[in-house]
Design a protein around this ligand. Structure first.
Ligand code: SF4
Length: 93
């Protein structure tokens, strides 16, 4: 397994665990799911933090803490829309 694949597997495992803890599921569309996972890994590698791949970073570390996955918006989004903005976490399978 390459380091990149290992990082993706770790991120996926972490996201699964987090979803499970909240009684949610991950996106069942494997392609969409892995696009988000890869985006999170990329941001973590590049910026040191798993910033949301679907939101714009301001570049201000303090402000951007809000968009570190899991972002400050996701609970409300899952509750209201059934999924987070990135379509990573889903209320229902
Ligand atoms: S929108 Fe979803 S994937 Fe993006 S940071 Fe929030 S919880 Fe993570």
């Amino acid at each position: 397994m390459t380091e990149e694949n290992a990082d993706q597997a770790d991120m996926l495992k972490w996201a699964k665990g987090y979803a499970h803890k909240h009684g949610w599921t991950l996106n069942t569309d494997e392609k969409q799911l892995m696009t988000v996972i890869r985006g999170l890994v990329r941001n973590k590698t590049k910026f040191g933090r798993p910033y949301c791949p679907c939101r714009i970073r301001s570049g201000d570390e303090e402000k951007d803490r809000a968009i570190e996955c899991p972002c400050i918006f996701h609970k409300e989004e899952v509750a209201k829309q059934g999924h987070c903005h990135c379509n990573l976490y889903y209320k229902e399978p």
